[in-house]
Design a protein. Structure first.
Length: 80
């Protein structure tokens, strides 16, 4: 599994990600980006190219490792 994050505040709708990895990214309307945050490992090359092609750097591949995310959530739960 490849973890993806998109900074939707930074995204300007250039759609380079949707062009390079249409299996994962799609524009809905003129500006709303839809994407699968947990993509299949088989799409990793396309995703890395899509992230590199984003003119504003809004696409991040492997932003959060699953083990790290679980550990962070557990630490927050204990702190409460």
């Amino acid at each position: 599994m490849v973890r993806i994050a998109v900074d939707l505040n930074r995204c300007q709708g250039y759609a380079q990600c949707a062009f390079l990895a249409p299996e994962i990214f799609a524009l809905h309307g003129e500006e709303a980006l839809l994407y699968d945050p947990d993509a299949d490992e088989a799409h990793r090359d396309k995703l890395e190219r899509a992230a590199a092609a984003c003119p504003v750097g809004a696409v991040i591949v492997d932003a959060v490792a699953p083990d790290t995310a679980d550990a962070s959530a557990e630490a927050v739960s204990r702190a409460r």
